[in-house]
Design a protein around this ligand. Structure first.
Ligand code: IPE
Ligand code: MG
Length: 228
């Protein structure tokens, strides 16, 4: 069997919760709950495969314009997730980081995020990054504006240090579930040389085995980074 190369940094656009629920005649909120359950189990699996950094797209800046009812359901899930998972992640040596515009979130959720980040900060087995209220254009624009205020040209390294991902390893593999083949404003700068992998499965039904399949496919790719 061919050797599996485990990517250090994997990102996932967790898409398809709503359609998963619709197919089962369930409310969209039930799809998000199933998605959260899958997300927790899949993260554990990814770290046990040897992935060092896992970045998950949980809520985009554009998602913030969804109907209030749906946003409330998502916020309710975050209110459950952070306190419970902070303990769990801490026990497993995983540090949690949230990227995105925290001011766009309800204040109590921003506070729970801060507490969870603090609680897990010493984790050195891996890093779980949740993108919440995140938009890549906004991230790049904010970095560009800060760079402009500095009044001098920056190197690529200096510019990267202005992004949310400044302390993370380069992105190796970007997976999107749910059948769409686009980035939807996720990690536009960081994905420059990431391998892209698209799955037809809706996120709640994307199994650990499906993740293994993505790692196998990643291992088969010939990454040349623009060289020969
Ligand atoms: C992804 O599932 C989860 C979030 C964006 C919060 P969707 O809610 O986009 O599900 P679909 O695309 O409608 O199936
Ligand atoms: Mg969607």
């Amino acid at each position: 069997m061919a050797e599996i190369i485990v990517p250090a940094h994997v990102a996932i656009v967790m898409d398809g919760n709503g359609r998963w629920a619709k197919k089962r005649l369930l409310p969209r909120a039930a799809g998000h709950r199933a998605g959260m359950k899958r997300m927790i189990a899949l993260s554990g699996h990814a770290f046990s495969c040897g992935v060092k950094c896992l970045t998950l797209f949980a809520l985009s800046t554009e998602n913030l314009s969804r109907p209030k009812e749906e946003l409330d359901a998502l916020y309710g899930l975050f209110r459950e997730f952070f306190p419970a998972q902070a303990e769990e992640l801490y026990a497993n040596g995983i540090a949690l980081t949230v990227i995105g515009e925290r001011e766009l979130l309800p204040a109590d959720i921003a506070a729970l995020i801060g507490e969870a980040e603090e609680k897990t900060a010493t984790g050195d087995r891996g890093r779980l990054v949740l993108a919440i209220g995140y938009g890549a254009r906004q991230e790049i624009l904010s970095a560009a504006n800060r760079a402009a205020k500095g009044g001098k040209e920056l190197t690529e390294e200096e510019f990267s240090s202005l992004l949310y991902t400044k302390d993370l390893p380069p992105l190796d593999l970007l997976i999107r579930t749910g059948g769409e083949q686009r980035l939807s404003n996720f990690l536009l700068y960081q994905a420059a040389y990431a391998e892209l992998y698209f799955s037809e499965k809706m996120f709640p039904e994307f199994t650990d085995r499906d993740f293994d399949e993505a790692l196998k496919e990643f291992s088969r790719r010939d990454r040349r980074f623009g060289r020969v």
